[in-house]
Design a protein around this ligand. Sequence first.
Ligand SMILES: C[S@@+](CC[C@H](N)C(=O)[O-])C[C@H]1O[C@@H](n2cnc3c(N)ncnc32)[C@H](O)[C@@H]1O
Length: 483
Amino acid sequence: MAQPGLPIAALPAWALLNGITFPRVKIANIEGKGFGVVSDGELEPEVPLMTVPNNLVLNVQAVDEYAKEDKNFKQLLDAVEHHSARRDILLFLLVQLVLASKAHQAPVGVSNPWTEYIKFLPKTVLVPTLWTEDERLLLRGTSLESAVNAKMTALTAEFDAVREAASSLPSWNDVLWPYNEDGNSSASLRSWILLDALYRSRVLELPKSGESMVPCIDMINHSTNASAYYDENTKDEVILLPRPDSKVSSGEEVTISYGDAKPAAEMLFSYGFIDPQATVESLVLPLEPFEDDPLEKAKLFAFKDLPKVHVAHNQGSSAVSWNSPFAYLMCVNEEDGLDFRVLQDSEGGRQLRVFWREEDVTDRIGDFETLIQSHEVPTLIKLRVVTVVQERLQQQLERAQSFADLSSLPIGDVDSLRDECRQAASLLRSIETGLLEVVIEDLEKERHMLLADENVVAYLGSMETAESELIGEEASNEPEDFS
Ligand SMILES: C[S@@+](CC[C@H](N)C(=O)[O-])C[C@H]1O[C@@H](n2cnc3c(N)ncnc32)[C@H](O)[C@@H]1O
């Protein structure tokens, strides 16, 4: 479906009609960022730059309220079944997109301020879910490779489920999926992916209203040196306020921070750009359990979270850190004192409980870094963990380096790649390889220190003696070969 659009010059009139005020700022085009908020005069401390009435805030409660007024939409919402705030909002926006399109004449759906506002939103966002297949290949070897593939699969499954549920309602079936002469339906998978991108890149976490989309305030761009922040006042209006210490001259862009410690991969994934001024670099990688671990399944089941490694480097202080609660669980075994037991609870149900040295630690499964202190040689377990993490990072580094060159990627048409995607992918790869190199070096130092630890040395020495005795025994037990 062609997304309906309105010129940004019409936004002040729409805002006025809907009770949004922004006397000291205006919305303008900002080079390389789409639209943004620009100061239009002197900014005074504590005086809001923008005020948005609560009835325009789009969150899960607002979708429910809207459904009360529109029984057709309620039918659709019920058929799709409540799943998450995000999915309800996406469904609401999908309906607005169809209602806003010129082709729409169907007798379902009640227009509301969002039916118009959606026309001011961008037709695309540079997030990788909206990159072409060839452009997504540029992410091979980065931490976004698997995340974006998984997201594409999830979005397709989610859209199919919505489509199937809505197909059972003849009135919505006719509105959402009629095919035009190009073979495109009104609401396509592309529309769903776009709405997901718009949601992810514009959603705010409000102190009272929670996860919400807020018209006009969502026109503000990000900066590490943000000059403004948003809040809710006593009337539940959403307000944009200047930061107390900020100085913004007339005509200068006003910005907020989308999050100071978000990894480059997350910025690209959620917002479609990487902030080159970010001083903290971090990376999250999935971790595979040992294939030959007999406790692999129990560990994964009991851990509940996704196994991963998180690494970070603060350029300012040059401090390096890593963290992986699952790596600690991976590195303890039955011989160390780990045990899984299935216990019956008071209601007759069965529960998998985790024991460490006879103590039930099910609720502390993510804290084996502390629990290993009761082991005879905690440094030995730490050595195993450091080795596992280092190997995982090394594997990632080699993969990232092996796909650094465009010729190593099976890209069909290199000329069709957008420059913004090439630059973003290349910046992400260089940030991640740099970070991996620094952390690997740090882990190498830690491994050396652990290998020199007297308890580790004594333990490894005793293992060597036991092994050579066993080999000696095996050799003497071997039948003689008379051939
Ligand atoms: C909340 S919206 C801000 C309004 C948006 N610029 C627009 O035209 O509608 C977030 C989007 O703005 C863009 N953006 C925000 N800050 C940026 C920055 N510092 N550099 C580049 N793009 C930015 C990204 O496309 C991001 O997904």
